[in-house]
Design a protein around this ligand. Structure first.
Ligand SMILES: [Zn+2]
Length: 86
């Protein structure tokens, strides 16, 4: 497809991979933009992961940490956006 040039397709990852990546993501250890994009893409499209208690509590935990200035502002904004969508 020619249209896919501007918007490269993101590989779908499975729920297990998303959950495995969750903590690296939350810890800010996921530095690869491609991995981050895949992870966020999965969360945006997977209702099962989105509604996971585990995920929500981990996000909540990070937000609490963020309040103490431990998380980068950019990450905080991403998380707020994700949480708003839940
Ligand atoms: Zn999932």
């Amino acid at each position: 497809m020619k249209d896919s040039k501007d918007k490269p397709e993101i590989d779908e990852i499975g729920c297990l991979e998303a959950i495995n990546g969750l903590y690296a993501y939350l810890d800010g250890e996921m530095n690869d933009p491609e991995s981050i994009a895949k992870f966020e893409h999965h969360l945006e499209h997977c209702q099962a992961c989105y509604s996971r208690t585990e995920l929500e509590s981990a996000l909540g935990e990070l937000i609490r940490k963020s309040a103490k200035g431990k998380a980068p502002e950019k990450l905080q904004n991403r998380l707020r956006k994700l949480i708003d969508g839940i």
